[in-house]
Design a protein around this ligand. Structure first.
Ligand SMILES: [Zn+2]
Length: 299
């Protein structure tokens, strides 16, 4: 779970520290036929983000990103699945053709901040400016109205009403940042914004985010999709492998550990991740989160 000083890959690793704080209320699972599931990608370049944390420099996306996106798009198409790509605004500015390829394949583009900064570091005023600029870039590049938001580093928690208010005021229709307690349709918050909580799974008496590296790291029994549907799954491009970082730069123990985690851990888990994702997409229907929000709204 995100803390006030969120760090890279907390999306995957530290995010799984079990806690009841900031969790969305559980929704009842309908007894009728399975609901569609929501598929999502947090579209950031892992190498860019990690290099910024090591060196302070913001670099262009690495060569692996295109190959990772190719694999994801082909896998989704093979499964007849579509999803939401929550995209970093600056990445869309640097790689507009990549974003348009995703749109052309029938997917939704959501907002994942301008430079992937944590809300804890931005504060309300900077957060508003961040999402306003990122949304303008993404809408322009994608040629579609950007309706959804997912916070970097899971840094938008359920109790942060101010962030939900700002999102609604800036024209967003839904937020998909909060870790939830179970599957179900999105719910409407008091200010009018819809919240589509990320699904958590239970294993060994603890809650784990459904997706990311955990899809490969957890045992198969915990990685299987809930049969009820209404699951919100997330992943990053770097989960599918082929990660490389620049060799130059700091030799500090922290930098070496971060490189090891990005290249070795994610690359090691990648084959199992790819196999489990392909299997996962064969169970139930997988759709963009905006479609689940529309379904909830129509009820
Ligand atoms: Zn992210």
């Amino acid at each position: 779970m995100a803390t006030t000083k969120a760090r890279f890959a907390q999306d995957d690793i530290a995010a799984a520290v079990p806690t009841d704080q900031g969790r969305a209320p559980t929704q009842a699972v309908p007894a009728a036929a399975a609901l569609p599931n929501g598929f999502s990608v947090d579209l950031e370049d892992g190498a860019t983000l990690l290099w910024r944390m090591i060196s302070g420099e913001w670099t262009e996306p690495g060569a692996a990103l295109g190959r990772q996106i190719d694999w994801i798009l082909e896998t989704l198409e093979s499964a007849g699945a579509t999803g939401t790509f929550f995209t970093v605004g600056d990445l869309a500015r640097q790689r507009p053709a990549l974003i348009r390829r995703i749109v052309a394949a029938g997917h939704e583009i959501g907002c994942h901040g301008l430079f992937h900064d944590s809300l804890d570091e931005l504060g309300e005023t900077a957060f508003r400016a961040d999402i306003r600029e990122a949304r303008a870039i993404l809408s322009d590049v994608a040629g579609q109205t950007v309706e959804g938001y997912r916070a970097p580093f899971f840094s938008l928690r359920a109790e942060m009403d101010w962030a939900h208010r700002v999102l609604a005021e800036e024209g967003f229709r839904y937020d998909a940042s909060v870790l939830g307690a179970g599957p179900g349709l999105p719910r409407r918050l008091p200010g009018g914004l819809w919240e589509s909580a990320l699904t958590e799974v239970r294993w060994c008496g603890r809650s784990w985010p459904y997706g990311g590296a955990w899809l490969a790291a957890l045992p198969a029994c915990a990685a299987a999709p809930p049969p009820s549907g209404g699951t919100i799954f997330y992943m990053h491009p770097y989960n599918v492998g082929w990660n490389r970082l620049k060799r130059a730069g700091s030799r500090s123990p922290r930098a070496l550990w971060m490189r090891c985690r990005h290249e070795q851990v994610h690359n090691l888990l990648a084959p199992r991740f790819r196999a489990r994702l392909a299997d996962l997409l064969g169970h139930g229907r997988w759709q963009p989160i905006a479609r689940l929000v529309a379904r909830a709204e129509a009820r």
